[in-house]
Design a protein around this ligand. Structure first.
Ligand SMILES: [Zn+2]
Length: 725
């Protein structure tokens, strides 16, 4: 048997190769549309194409993608429109360039509400739309959830010290969330979007996927997860008639041009991404498609394959080109504003076509990709005609879109800044021309040094980190992120005055950056300078209204101005319904006004929202809810919530007193006495006040004997305190 089957298998391979080679006989017909076909879109974050065996990589292990690739069409030259997760996904999910969907950085921007997303278009065509994402950067507040019936972004926000970009969840949770949604659908007309964050730093693959290069291990794990999702689709019996597209949002530097990760430079390693497109019935299986494409073309192609209109998109469909085998050669626009917004360097923009990549920078770059795919020889000086034609192409493509900052500081903001003592550069720091700013490629080493300093700080060596930040800032005084990190490190070492000075420097460089303002608002609140705190909170709320208005609400609350506090809390929740402190403050205000029924709802929403930040502690959140529940006659619920408060804060006197009072009212006297007796042992450094709380509560509850016993103990510890006599 073995001797007979081997030649047959070989023959099949030869036949297939011949078919692909002459372009006939591919299974299924290319150029067809598939109305109502299930559409599965998977984005594997930070996956550079040349680290996939499917794209010629000699290492790595991706059996699922390899198999899928044999059954699909593989596009060789697809480029991202920017090396950052949020802007790039916004392009993938809208079919628009960053200049049109409006998202130019991972933070501080949201998809313009007018953008009709891929999900929204499919939804109007009767598709059920579901998504699950793995990174905080793609949370629903960014606007990428627009058009999805279901959008799972339940990602725990990690503790202080972990960067925003590292806040992620294991992809198996994401696959499970989306798989469960798929299982709930009765009809196969679904659009399911899965985002996996595995290949993004930190590279920590599970043991089964550890290999020499941890980055490749993460890709191997992502490959396994893709397989798991496709198995779920297969179980529903939908896989064979589905359209499956697998892409990445951008690549990873891995040191090729001095950048280890991504975000700053625009070379091939950061922009070249895979696109695997499996059509129903395996149409076009094994086809490799050359020609330059952009991620915006994915949305257009998926809509067109589903028989839907692609009007208003920057992307173009490849469907008809596949049928006619017309070679594509589009210029692909890419950009990064990260160096300008975070580091005080020039932003970059580029265009890639079949022959060249041109990068607009203080020193423009032109690479002849056919002779120099690794982009080592800048030929801009010797190919001036090509360089200026491509520069003009970029100018035309970005026409009408502000090339740089999100908003210049408006006049009233400038006034406020002046009132707070900021002068000089604060007026227009971001609008200087590109040529006058440092060139990112010349300074990339400083950014890598900055990242090493961050790692030193995360390892708990604050003093050393402070020194490193100062060295970096000495040669890069406009590196606003470094000023901010320096300020946080100083604050962490108790050097509040120096921290304030460093935050002030950050504001001088970028007067509207919300983080320094919000940090200063909190510092000044603690320093009992409420007016200054309020001004910074208001400035911070310009670009981060969720957090800014929440801090304002807390400040108003401290000042006893409950009406204004409630208004600010509502404003905060309007932009970010998950701000648990805002929910909590609304609850506190309602409770103070005797409206416990209303307060219960606010407290419950606060607890629900806080689930994403389990490490954050809000003193009295559960105790206040418990108190209201007890007042409403819901004793069992109240008991549970008092206990939840004690689980979070072991020495909460509000919870202990409240619980004792509840037990007493339920005639559970022994339990009341027992829980009160726990207050002193639970308190790390019990004071006379701690003992007095026990004595006083027992007295109020009418337990005179136990009160006398505790008074005697208090007298023994604090003989001079008159309350125990
Ligand atoms: Zn990304």
């Amino acid at each position: 048997m073995r001797s007979a089957s081997a030649p047959l298998a070989l023959l099949a391979v030869v036949l297939l190769a011949a078919q692909v080679g002459c372009g006939h006989g591919e299974s299924g017909s290319l150029g067809a549309q598939y109305r109502g076909a299930p559409i599965i879109l998977i984005s594997i974050d930070t996956l550079r194409a040349d680290h996939l065996p499917l794209y010629g990589y000699r290492s790595g292990s991706t059996p699922v993608l390899d198999r899928l690739g044999r059954d699909a069409i593989v596009f060789d030259d697809v480029y991202s429109h920017g090396p950052l997760t949020l802007p790039s996904h916004a392009s993938l999910l809208t079919g628009l360039l960053p200049t049109h969907h409006g998202v130019r950085d991972n933070i501080g921007y949201a998809v313009k509400p007018a953008s009709r997303t891929l999900a929204a278009r499919l939804k109007s065509a009767g598709y059920a739309t579901g998504a699950a994402v793995s990174a905080y950067v793609l949370r629903r507040q960014t606007g990428v959830a627009e058009g999805f019936d279901f959008f799972d972004d339940a990602i725990e926000v990690a503790g202080a010290g972990e960067s925003l970009a590292d806040t992620q969840r294991d992809g198996q949770l994401t696959v499970e969330a989306l798989g469960a949604w798929i299982d709930r659908q009765s009809d196969s007309r679904v659009f399911a979007f899965l985002h996996l964050y595995e290949p993004h730093t930190p590279y920590t693959p599970p043991p089964a996927h550890r290999m020499r290069e941890p980055y490749d291990g993460e890709i191997a794990y992502a490959d396994e997860l893709v397989g798991r999702l496709l198995d779920r689709v297969q179980t529903r019996g939908w896989l064979d008639r589905a359209i499956v597209a697998i892409v990445s949002d951008h690549g990873e530097g891995l040191g090729d041009h001095g950048e280890t990760e991504h975000g700053i430079l625009l070379y091939r390693e950061a922009l070249h991404v895979p696109w695997i497109l499996r059509l129903p019935g395996g149409a076009g299986a094994g086809r490799r498609v050359a020609g330059t494409l952009g991620l915006v073309d994915v949305a257009a192609t998926l809509l067109d394959l589903a028989g839907l209109d692609t009007g208003g998109l920057d992307g173009q469909t490849v469907r008809t080109g596949l049928a006619s085998r017309t070679p594509v050669d589009r210029g692909v626009y890419s950009e990064t504003l990260y160096p300008r917004l975070h580091l005080g360097w020039s932003d970059l923009a580029s265009v890639t076509d079949q022959k060249f990549r041109y990068i607009r920078a203080p020193l423009p770059e032109l690479y002849d990709l056919s002779n120099d795919p690794a982009e080592r020889r800048n030929v801009a000086a010797s190919h001036t005609g090509t360089a200026s034609a491509l520069a003009a192409w970029i100018a035309r493509t970005t026409d009408g879109a502000k090339p740089s900052e999100p908003d210049p500081a408006p006049a009233d903001v400038r006034e406020r800044l002046k009132a707070l003592g900021y002068i000089g550069s604060a007026t227009a720091p971001l609008s200087s021309s590109t040529a006058a700013l440092p060139d990112p490629k010349d300074h990339i080493a400083a950014f890598e040094a900055f990242k090493r300093a961050l790692a030193v700080e995360r390892a708990g060596r604050s003093a050393e980190a402070v020194q490193l930040y100062r060295e970096i800032l000495a040669s890069n005084p406009r590196m606003v992120d470094a000023w901010e990190s320096l300020a946080k490190a100083l604050l962490g070492s108790g050097r509040t005055k120096d921290a304030i000075a460093a935050f002030d420097k950050a504001i001088e460089v970028d007067p509207l950056k919300p983080e320094p303002h919000l940090a200063l608002a909190r510092i000044y609140a603690l320093e009992r300078q409420p007016a200054r705190a309020q001004q910074h909170a208001e400035l911070g709320s310009r670009r981060d209204p969720g957090q800014g208005y929440e801090i304002l609400a807390e400040l108003m609350m401290d000042a006893g101005r409950a009406d204004e506090a409630a208004a600010d809390a509502r404003r905060s929740l309007q932009v970010d319904p998950l701000r648990y402190m805002s929910h909590y403050l609304l609850g506190v205000i309602a409770r103070q006004r005797g409206r416990c029924d209303e307060a219960i709802g606010h407290f419950e929403r606060a607890i629900e929202a806080k689930r994403l930040e389990p490490r954050a502690v809000v003193r009295n959140l559960h105790a206040d809810l418990a108190d209201c529940l007890a007042r409403e006659g819901r004793e069992a619920d109240a008991e549970r919530e008092f206990k939840a408060e004690l689980a979070a804060i072991a020495d909460s006197s509000d919870a202990i007193v409240g619980l004792a009072t509840l037990y007493k009212s339920l005639r559970r006297d022994a339990e009341a006495r027992k829980v009160l007796a726990e207050l002193v042992p639970r308190t790390p450094d019990p004071t006379a006040e701690t003992y007095w709380t026990v004595v006083h509560t027992l007295t109020v509850l009418g337990d005179a004997t136990a009160a006398r016993e505790w008074a005697a103990r208090g007298r023994e510890k604090f003989p001079r305190d008159s309350r125990f006599r």
